[in-house]
Design a protein around this ligand. Sequence first.
Ligand code: HEM
Length: 328
Amino acid sequence: MLHSRLGFALLLSTALATAAPALAQDASTAEQTVDAMNTLFGKHPGARANHAKGVVAEGSFTPSAQAATISKASLFQGPTVPVTFRFSDSTGVPTIPDGAADANPHGLSLKFKLSDGSDMDVVTNSLKYFPVATGEDFRDLLRAVAESGPKAAHPTALERFAATHPAAATSGKTAKTPSSFARQTYNGVNAFIFVDKDGKRQPFRFRIEPVQGEEILPPEEAAKRDPNFLMAEIRPRIAKEPAKFRVLAQLADAGDPTNDASKPWPDDRKTVDLGTLTVSQAVPNSAEAEKALLFMPNNLTDGIEVSDDPLIDARVQAYAVSFSRRSQ
Ligand code: HEM
């Protein structure tokens, strides 16, 4: 199963500005990746090229006491900060049934509104690790899927791709359909770096766990559900009682690779509790609200930095392309 497959104007112009020369070079990779998504999922004007179907909500983040010891980032220093949430299904198909196998991995995007008026984004999904390690390989995986329809001769392009990229055959199986967006664990997949007040640097990966615990549906049960059951369920749920998530950081040990998101770190690695997310209200017009929202994995704040993981920049380039196309 394919991984099924502003500051924001500034953020975008910066992304596009820095991308400009890259666009000439790499942009072709970003443009080709979004083209491959459009080929697979169809072109849907105004929709995201991936994770097109989603729902927006508002809430907050309250840091743990421990968080400030590992990073000097302002959001860990004390007061609760407001957060915008977007839960989503995978693929660029805006009408995909929430219980479809290809709607996995589900996504959770976060925009933290910081005390200095800036914001910081964290963009996660329910995969435990990514199918590939580079943007070029992701483009080629999407293309291989597009060439591997039911009539394709074996070995198909996807089978040949998976033969040289083992995670491409296994990563998708790590994401399963939950009973609610509030009962799923989401992972950052890419590595980032904490910088503390003394300048000490610590690589980590985000993990966002539902306080109520995970609840996964058997695939046949998920397939029988109403096509919009996840989108529809979260509104009354948080109106009745806010949904809560624990934000954790899995810390790398010395020698753990930070530049390959297809390689998960061993489960025994230390995790730190960074604080609690509270999802308290759905926004009135989610479809309108999500149009203006752009979540960028490199939109960080002092105290949290990108690592040498090449997927982060590949994502930023592709998100900028998708955003500029859906804003036309
Ligand atoms: C090279 C790797 C990747 C590429 C090319 C890619 C591409 C895209 C694109 C084009 C979009 C639509 C962006 C928009 O229009 O705003 C998107 C959205 C999204 N992607 Fe990725 N993605 C990649 C890796 C990942 C990873 C590793 C994760 C999670 C760990 C992820 C999670 C998401 C989520 C949650 C959204 C929805 C964002 C929103 O709510 O607006 N993606 N992706």
